[in-house]
Design a protein around this ligand. Structure first.
Ligand code: G6Q
Length: 552
């Protein structure tokens, strides 16, 4: 098979990008009064306006031809069919099974995985409801008022993002906290406000060996045993105050967690795709199992759309292709995610993991080094806050950053006036990025204020904006469980489609695995009080300096 950059579809796009009008969005609107109507679509309760991007009908056709050429549809089918598309770990990739609400079976090695998925979901439902209604209690007979999720990376960010997104629905259950960092500050500060008698811990770890998570889990267990001593036997205290979401049932038993409190999942669920599995337990505890099911339904609706919608009106595919146009043909290296929703403040970070861990790869599926840009740098923060900080760069910086604005038309909070202001800011920012501000317009304004001549010219250069800066807007009626599910799944499939085109394996994470092993040797040195000579010079010096400061 020809290399991606040698293909006609790739070369056609390169030639198309070299045309002088390739970046002129304003002109695309001027020449097509129907553009706003034509360059948008709806799926799974989400509305996407992609008209404010430098893409014409011809650009889209060329991009769709690239997708077809790269076999995106076939690769998508392979994922939904349970084939082992994670080729470096020889695993299927089936987060779509976790939210499969159709009757369709999903086979791995000839066996339907859906009965197992449904069995765990049922147990999650029973457990979360028993905690919420107070039937399940702690060792001293009190109901749980707080639950602490201990996990990191995929075992933290997904449930944290969703719990935060659905904050207005979090009543009738325990308060849910998240501890991820091995920095003792995270656990200590969280425990400081908690009562051991009424605190439930969930250790969320696919492997149950992750250093940070296990360190936090052991310290939490110690805190519990120290503060509940005398209540009952130690085993019983741990058994009643700990639950786990993990694939490693041996280790969970070794830790002292009773089997009926362990919620398993499977090696075909990648960490960053695991919030739909038992790793979603904190979500069910916070907002109730019914809402968790709505979240799954929203994601499933997006899965069905991705699987069945034609390419030209397929939302994840279009987002993927527009992203590829920006990254590979217009050379725009970063992508900003700007939710105009305080409750989505963790969403940019979740996407950072989802996208950069999946597509931050430099080796293609055949083992060769890629000769093109793969996953962009993802960053962002909620609006309106970002407007008072990095938006300066978005409007006038030398690098152009494509942006995704995400907003709900209605608020979940009882503050109508606030929401109108929020919406107005979101819309105004994407408009300003598109239109910019011509020097003539600024000069006119300066003249009206009595500033003329050279001074006006000098100031106008600083105060004008080039415009033609691309953005998507994703609008939903409200930020509810269904739309949050659809939103997260939308980006999962966007990332999938991009990885398929770039011909990389989006489902391993050797860079992250590296970190899991690296610190062990340094930790031994720090404990011994002296660097081993195997490190490089700078590392030896740093370890020894730190040992000296700590008096070792
Ligand atoms: C996600 C990654 C990574 C992982 C964490 C936690 O896709 O693999 O972020 O989720 O390293 O791993 P455990 O769940 O095994 O503790």
């Amino acid at each position: 098979m020809a290399r991606l950059t040698d293909r006609k579809t790739w070369k056609d796009l390169k030639a198309h990008a070299a045309l002088p009008q390739a970046r002129d969005i304003v002109n695309l609107f001027a020449s097509d009064p129907q553009r706003a109507e034509r360059y948008c679509l709806e799926a799974a309760g989400l509305f996407l306006d992609y008209s404010k991007n430098p893409v014409s009908d011809e650009t889209l056709q060329l991009l769709l031809a690239l997708a077809m050429d790269a076999g995106v549809s076939e690769q998508m089918q392979a994922m939904f069919d349970g084939r082992r598309i994670n080729i470096t770990e020889n695993r299927p990739v089936l987060h779509i099974a976790l939210r499969n609400q159709s009757e369709r079976p999903i086979h791995v090695d000839g066996r339907d995985v859906m009965p197992d998925v449904r069995a765990i979901l049922q147990r999650l439902g029973e457990f979360s409801e028993s905690v919420r209604n107070g039937k399940l209690r702690g060792a001293t007979g009190k109901a749980f008022t707080d639950a602490v999720n201990i996990g990191i990376g995929g075992s933290d960010l997904g449930p944290l993002t969703v719990c935060s997104a659905l904050r207005p629905l979090a009543h009738g259950g325990p308060r849910v906290h998240f501890v991820s960092n091995v920095d003792g500050a995270h656990l200590a500060a969280t425990l400081a406000d908690l009562d051991p008698e009424t605190t439930l811990f969930i250790v969320s770890s696919k492997t149950f060996t992750t250093q940070e998570t296990m360190t936090n889990a052991r310290s939490a267990r110690e805190w519990l045993l120290t503060n509940l001593s005398g209540a009952e036997s130690q085993n019983s205290v741990v058994g009643q105050h700990f639950a786990a979401a993990s694939t490693n049932l041996n280790e969970t038993a070794g830790f002292g967690i009773s089997p009926e409190r362990v919620f398993g999942f499977w090696d075909w669920v990648g960490g960053r795709y695991s919030l739909w599995s038992a790793i979603g337990l904190p979500i069910a505890l916070a907002v109730g199992f019914e809402q968790f099911e709505r979240l799954l339904a929203g994601a499933h609706a997006m899965d069905e759309h991705f699987l069945n919608a034609p390419p030209e009106s397929n939302m994840p595919l279009l987002l993927a292709l527009i992203g590829i146009w920006h990254a590979n043909f217009l050379d725009l290296p970063t992508h900003a995610v700007l939710p105009y929703a305080q409750d989505l403040s963790w969403f940019p970070m979740h996407l950072q993991q989802l996208d950069m861990e999946s597509n931050g790869k430099r080796i293609d599926r055949a083992g060769g080094t890629v000769e093109y840009t793969t996953g962009p740098i993802i960053w962002g923060a909620p609006g309106t806050n970002g407007q008072h900080a990095f938006f300066q760069h978005l409007h006038q910086g030398t690098q152009v950053t494509p942006c995704d604005f995400i907003v709900a038309a209605k608020s979940e909070w009882d503050m109508a006036e606030h929401h109108e202001i929020l919406l107005a800011n979101c819309i105004a920012q994407s408009e300003a990025l598109l239109r910019g501000r011509a020097k003539e317009e600024v000069l006119e304004e300066l003249h009206a204020r009595g500033i003329d001549g050279q001074e006006a010219q000098r100031l106008a250069a600083h105060r004008s904006f080039p415009g033609n800066r691309p953005s998507n807007t994703i609008l939903m009626e409200r930020l509810d469980a269904h739309s949050v599910g659809a939103l997260v799944a939308l980006y999962e499939h966007k990332v999938f489609a991009q990885g398929a085109i770039w011909n990389i394996n989006s489902f391993d994470q050797w860079g992250v695995e590296l970190g899991k092993g690296l610190a062990k040797e340094v930790l031994n040195d720090l404990r011994a009080g002296r660097a081993s000579p195997d490190h490089d010079q700078s590392t030896v010096a740093m370890i020894n300096r730190i040992c000296a400061i700590r008096g070792k």
